[in-house]
Design a protein around this ligand. Structure first.
Ligand code: FES
Ligand code: FES
Length: 159
C-alpha cells in the first residue's frame, strides 16, 4: 500500500515521516519514533494504556489514525517530564507508591493531566470517574487516586 507523507507535531517537535493510511498513531509513535512510553495492549479502546494528549484532550492512540493527527498538538508521556524535570503528577505518583508494574501509568498520568486541566479542584469521586477508561491490571487504584488528588493540590495554586 502506498505510504502517506505525514508531518506530526509531537512533544513540541515536528516529525516528517511516511505511514500507511491505516496506521494508528500508536504504531507510528512506538515503531517509527521510538516513543515507547505510550503502551500497547487491547488495541480496541478498552484499556487506556495508549492514552496521549491531542490538543490537550486525552485520546486512545490505538484508535486514531496517524493521518488524522496532522496539524494537531500531540503530547506523549516523554513530553510531560523527564527524570530530572518530573511533572507534579509524576512526582506524586512516585511519592504515593502508585506505580506497580508501571504499564498503565503513562496513560493514567496523561488522562489525569487532561482532566485536571479542565477541573483543577476535583473530588476523589470525580477523579475516579475521569479515569474510569484507564485500567490497571495491578489494581492499585486507591494509590493512583491519592496521587492524582495530591497533584491537584500542587497544581491548582500554580494556575
Ligand atoms: S491499547 Fe488503546 S485502549 Fe487499549
Ligand atoms: S501499575 Fe501495573 S498495570 Fe497499573
Amino acid at each position: 500500500m502506498r505510504k502517506l507523507p505525514l508531518s506530526l507535531t509531537i512533544n513540541g517537535e515536528t516529525h516528517e515521516l511516511l505511514a500507511e493510511p491505516h496506521h494508528p498513531l500508536l504504531e507510528v509513535l512506538r515503531t517509527q519514533l521510538g516513543l515507547i512510553g505510550t503502551k500497547e495492549n487491547c488495541l480496541e479502546g478498552e484499556c487506556g494504556v495508549c492514552t496521549v494528549l491531542l490538543d490537550g484532550m486525552a485520546v486512545n492512540s490505538c484508535l486514531l489514525l496517524a493521518a488524522q493527527c496532522q496539524g494537531r498538538r500531540i503530547v506523549t508521556i516523554e513530553g510531560l517530564g523527564g527524570p530530572e524535570t518530573l511533572h507534579p503528577l509524576q512526582e506524586t505518583f512516585v511519592e504515593h507508591g502508585a506505580v506497580q508494574c508501571g504499564y498503565c501509568i503513562p496513560g493514567m498520568i496523561l488522562a489525569a493531566k487532561a482532566y485536571l486541566d479542565q477541573n483543577p479542584e476535583p473530588t476523589e469521586g470525580e477523579i475516579r470517574e475521569a479515569l474510569s477508561g484507564n485500567l490497571c491490571r495491578c489494581t492499585g487504584y486507591q494509590k493512583i487516586l491519592d496521587a492524582v488528588l495530591a497533584a491537584a493540590g500542587v497544581l491548582a495554586p500554580m494556575r
